[in-house]
Design a protein around this ligand. Structure first.
Ligand code: ASP
Length: 364
């Protein structure tokens, strides 16, 4: 695909919205020459980042920046996800907004990427608009800061008007682009850490096979889920199975008031047999339980009866943190559907919602 940058002068208010969330891309090191890895995230404004990137866009196309937060993304909250999701959903409907770039910390970018994919991925695709998440692994004042190039690549991908450029939620890092659903930080320091394991393409060499995979993934995505109100997020915890796991941990969480549990299981999503009775009891109390894998890649088995499971749903290829967001959205959507349905008939359960967003056909 040759990505062309058209002239947007025909629409005087046309702009790309740049939303700042913070992260290393907005970080500053005290001594950037000798210790660029000792820095504080979220110190530079998004307006300053765009200036530093020095991007030249087609005539008539502006970038409007808005600071949503300026945090280290290890502190990401559900409240911020709600605000970001609502802002993006509304902005997508604005004809003057041709696309959106979000600068974000890499530590939890996979959660935000999956969240946006689940709540507005379909709408972005229908409208043919791109939302791009990006960030950096080096702070803004490091000698080889990667943020400026990531911002400029993201803006170019958003502004690309080639017929081949699909709408949807994407991520751009280190010269590569992938679907935001695929983000997963699997390295502590590599410049492409958030998308190393994903189905990505060099941004300047996007070809038909990557585009075909993107379209196939998007076609199976179904519909957008509702964004929970700021204080309306179900409480879901992640429990990792490990050598020496005890039933006490499951019993502790089962009596805590939690709405759901994501098992970060071993291998294909199995868990220690000492958990089985306590998990089944928790499920009997109405706690939603799904299985993912702590391995870091690959789908978990749909059915693990041979390993003693009692029928907990599989999280497909979702990592434990993504499965957690998926389960929160599924529990919330089931609650909303139940409120709407007359006398409780014909509403979708959390298992229905979860299966639709988690268990997609494998395309890789
Ligand atoms: N701690 C940083 C953050 O997630 C890491 C980064 O952005 O790379 O905000």
């Amino acid at each position: 695909m040759t990505s062309s940058l058209a002239s947007f002068s025909s629409s005087p208010n046309a702009h790309i919205l740049l939303l700042g969330m913070g992260g290393t891309i907005a970080g500053l090191a005290d001594d950037p020459q000798t210790a660029p890895d000792r820095y504080e995230a979220g110190r530079v404004s998004v307006e300053a980042l765009i200036e530093q990137a020095g991007v030249s866009l087609p005539s008539g196309l502006k970038v409007l920046a808005r600071q949503m937060a300026n945090i280290d993304s290890r502190n990401l909250s559900e409240l911020l996800l709600t605000r970001l999701g609502n802002e993006i959903k509304q902005s997508l409907e604005n004809p003057a907004v041709i696309g959106i770039v979000v600068t974000h910390g890499t530590d939890t970018i996979e959660e935000t990427g999956f969240f946006l994919h689940a709540v507005c991925g379909n709408r972005a695709r229908e409208l043919g608009k791109r939302v791009v998440l990006t960030g950096a692994m080096l702070p803004a004042n490091a000698p080889k800061a990667d943020g400026p190039a990531n911002i400029s690549d993201s803006l170019r991908w958003v502004a690309s008007t080639s017929e081949d450029s699909p709408g949807g939620i994407f991520a751009v890092f280190a010269g590569k682009v992938c679907l935001a659903r695929d983000l997963a930080k699997r390295h502590t320091s590599a410049l492409d850490a958030p998308l190393q394991d994903s189905l990505c393409s060099p941004i300047r060499l996007i070809g038909p096979s990557w585009l075909a995979s993107v379209r196939e993934m998007q076609a199976s995505a179904g519909f957008d889920l509702a964004i929970p109100a700021e204080t309306d997020w179900p409480w879901v915890e992640i429990l990792m199975s490990h050598a020496g796991a005890r039933s006490d941990s499951v019993e502790h969480w089962a009596s805590s008031g939690v709405d759901g549990l994501v098992i970060a299981g071993t291998g294909q999503g199995g868990y220690h047999q000492s958990w089985r009775a306590a998990l089944e009891k928790a499920a009997g109390k109405g706690i939603a339980i799904v299985r993912s894998s702590r391995t870091g890649a690959g789908p978990v088995s749909l059915d693990l009866a041979q390993k003693g499971d009692f029928g907990t749903p599989s999280a497909g290829d979702l990592s434990p943190p993504k499965a957690r967001i998926a389960l929160q959205l599924a529990i919330h959507s089931a609650g909303e559907a139940k409120k709407i349905a007359q006398t409780g008939a014909n509403y979708l359960t959390w298992q229905d919602f979860f299966a639709r967003i988690a268990v997609l056909p494998e395309i890789r």
